[in-house]
Every structure is written in structure tokens, then in C-alpha cells.
Design a protein around this ligand. Structure first.
Ligand code: GLP
Length: 261
């Protein structure tokens, strides 16, 4: 894993975007992005949008696959991931809406298999952008998700219902089910860039970077990924045993491999 510790939350967005842009440019105009919802990647999307606005990055030919969606929430609902992706990714990044895919939470039967086929048909995901839940989930792969899982229906963990209640009027309004790419699906992406900020993520970050690979901390499966980059701020890094080692490693990379943190 490449661990990049940034001095501020803002810098996490800038470095996250620079990393994604760098890989996107290497892949070319038809790059396939994997996009996460949640608050963590918003700064990364905003920075990518700025690169698009100045013409430094062109994503008009790119495709995108969202990680997950709530089951049963109308797509016009502001908290549906269809609407969230449109507002935070498709429009600001100048993506063609016909090439942006979100799992079908309204006709969930067979939707997992259809989604896997769509990702395959697009040639697979080149860069998967990820956040992480306080319980270590990525996408909605809750603790004890199979490390080999594919896109399917899941039941949200009590912790996730609580965490996501802030987006709804009350916890009772948070849908209990979701459809999410599996950990196996995420692991098939050619690059993974996970962004996290704040003290609230410190335990999850320590567990997924330094803990054992375990379905109890689903993000820990990324230890098995060949090209996983974790971009965090000092608060999210605060429980890492080897934080200063990662900083030293990064500071001593050759210029062409390093973005300035
Ligand atoms: C959500 C999403 C995840 C996201 C996570 C963290 O429920 N399904 O993709 O990474 O929880 O959210 P946040 O970034 O808002 O803390």
C-alpha cells in the first residue's frame, strides 16, 4: 500500500485528485472511473472538477461506475446515490450521463449480475475512488462481507445506519438495504485511491493499513491489492503505529513518483 499523509483535510482532496488525474491521463480518454459517495471524496471531486474546468483534464469520454445504491429509494430522492452521483460527479466532472452507471436499487433482482456484466463490458474499472466507513466498510461491504464478494444486496450494519442518519430526517428513514459492489469487484479495479479525513476514521484507517486482513475490517482486503493508495490527513493517521515511517518513505520517493504533500 502507498500511504500518503497530508497536513490538512484540504490537501487530501488535492492529492487525491492529482493521483486520480495522473492515472486517468496515463490510461487515456476512455478511462473507467469507480466512484464512491459519502462526504470523504467530495473534496477530491471538487479538485478534479477544477482540473476539468481549466482544461488540464478531459473526462468527456470517460465512463463511471458507482459503488453502491440504497434499495427502494426513488432516484429523485436527494440521498439516493443516483442523485448524489449526478450532483457531485457527473455534472461537475463533465461526464457523459449515458456512460455513468449506478446499481439499480429499484429493481434489485438480478441487478448485481447485470452490474458486474456492465463493468466487464466497459473493460473493467481503471481507478476506483473509495472512502471508508467508521466500521471499516468500503462501498457498503459491512463487517463479515466475503472478501471475494461481487455486487449484491446487503443489509446495513447498525453502525452505518447511525452514521448515515445525518443525511435523513431520522434514523428510521435510512433504508436498511443496499446494493453494493463486492470486495472482489473492488479488488478487480486496476488502481484504488482511498481518501479519509478526521479523527473519526483513525481506528478504521489503522485497522485496514496495519491490522490483519479480516472481513471484520473489510477495507483491510486492500492489503492484497497491487496498486492501492491511501490518502489521509494527520487526524485520520493518528492511530497508525508507523505514521512517521510512511511520511519518510513518501518524502524520499524520487520526484517523478511523488506529489508534493
Ligand atoms: C457510506 C458509503 C461509503 C462511504 C462511507 C463513508 O455509507 N456507502 O461508500 O465511503 O459510508 O462515508 P463518509 O465519507 O461520509 O464518512
Amino acid at each position: 500500500m502507498e500511504v500518503i499523509i497530508c497536513p490538512t483535510e484540504r490537501r487530501v482532496g488535492e492529492i487525491g485528485a492529482a493521483k486520480v488525474a495522473q492515472i486517468a491521463q496515463t490510461v487515456g480518454p476512455g478511462v473507467v472511473l469507480g466512484v464512491a459517495t459519502g462526504s470523504s471524496p467530495l473534496a477530491t471531486y471538487a479538485e478534479l472538477a477544477a482540473l476539468v474546468a481549466t482544461g488540464e483534464l478531459d473526462l468527456s469520454q470517460a465512463s463511471a461506475f458507482a459503488l453502491d445504491e440504497y434499495v427502494g429509494l426513488p432516484y429523485t430522492h436527494r440521498q439516493s446515490y443516483h442523485d448524489t452521483i449526478r450532483r457531485t460527479v457527473t455534472e461537475p466532472l463533465g461526464l457523459d450521463p449515458s456512460r455513468v452507471h449506478v446499481p439499480d436499487g429499484l429493481a434489485p433482482e438480478g441487478a448485481g449480475e447485470r452490474y458486474e456484466a456492465a463493468i466487464r463490458d466497459a473493460g473493467g474499472v481503471d481507478i476506483q475512488i473509495l472512502g471508508v466507513g467508521t466500521n471499516g466498510h468500503v462501498g457498503f461491504n459491512e463487517p463479515t462481507s466475503s472478501l471475494a464478494s461481487r455486487t449484491r444486496i446487503k443489509t446495513l450494519a447498525p453502525r452505518t445506519l447511525k452514521d448515515n442518519a445525518r443525511f435523513f430526517d431520522s434514523i428510521a428513514d435510512v433504508p436498511k438495504h443496499c446494493i453494493t459492489q463486492g470486495l472482489g469487484t473492488i479488488m478487480d479495479a486496476r488502481h484504488v485511491v482511498l481518501v479519509a479525513t478526521g479523527q473519526g476514521k483513525a481506528n478504521a484507517i489503522a485497522a485496514i493499513i496495519e491490522g490483519p486482513i479480516t472481513s471484520m475490517w473489510p477495507g483491510s482486503v486492500l492489503q492484497m491489492h497491487q496498486h492501492a493508495t491511501i490518502v489521509i490527513d494527520v487526524a485520520a493517521a493518528s492511530e497508525l503505529a508507523l505514521a512517521s515511517y510512511y511520511q519518510e518513505v513518501y518524502a524520499n520517493l524520487p520526484d517523478w513518483q511523488r506529489l508534493d504533500v
